[in-house]
Design a protein around this ligand. Structure first.
Ligand code: HEM
Ligand code: HEM
Length: 129
């Protein structure tokens, strides 16, 4: 797995290690207040980004789109901002709400962009991006 697919998968591995470490820490300390941070780090970072990595691996012509690179960087920036926001919110800092809002909107936009990039892969339609 190389190129954009490899980069998505490599990032997913990093989020897997971070998310599971947080889960383990939650288990050891018996303090589960960061559960949503843990859940989203793993479900978006590890699970979703792995699926995206495999998609781009299976459809390399979709990964070669300039917009696919935009998708990668927007998704990475957004998850980092969202996770920073969630971590602050569940640590009791209201300042995290702005981060969570910006990160969530960024992730949603990146997902819409991914849908537009990916759509032609399973149809015979015209590739818009
Ligand atoms: C080393 C591995 C992991 C450890 C030690 C761990 C630990 C934990 C702990 C302690 C909780 C809190 C449970 C509670 O308060 O009810 C939790 C919740 C959760 N974990 Fe993990 N976890 C691990 C891996 C994963 C993975 C790989 C995923 C997803 C791919 C995941 C997804 C979730 C979700 C979604 C919740 C919330 C469940 C709910 O809403 O009740 N975890 N985990
Ligand atoms: C922009 C992206 C997302 C936003 C803004 C978001 C937002 C939220 C919110 C507000 C909650 C409730 C948390 C609470 O009650 O404390 C939640 C829970 C949950 N979400 Fe998401 N979510 C996102 C993406 C995802 C994705 C991609 C998955 C799965 C692949 C997912 C799986 C879950 C699960 C399993 C829960 C229940 C566990 C928990 O309470 O932490 N979410 N999400």
């Amino acid at each position: 797995m190389t190129g954009l697919a490899g980069r998505f998968f490599a990032s997913a591995l990093i989020y897997a290690v971070l998310g599971m470490s947080l889960g383990l820490l939650m288990g050891i300390t018996k303090d589960h207040t960061q559960m949503p941070t843990h859940a989203h780090l793993l479900l978006i970072g590890w699970v979703s980004f792995t699926l995206i990595g495999f998609f781009y691996h299976l459809f390399p012509e979709r990964a070669s789109s300039r917009w696919a690179n935009v998708h990668f960087w927007l998704a990475q920036a957004s998850i980092l901002v969202l996770i920073a926001g969630l971590a602050q919110i569940f640590a009791g800092y209201e300042s995290g709400e702005l981060f969570a809002a910006v990160g969530s909107i960024g992730l949603l936009i990146s997902t819409v962009l991914f849908a537009i990039i990916a759509w032609p892969a399973f149809g015979r339609g015209h590739a818009p991006l």
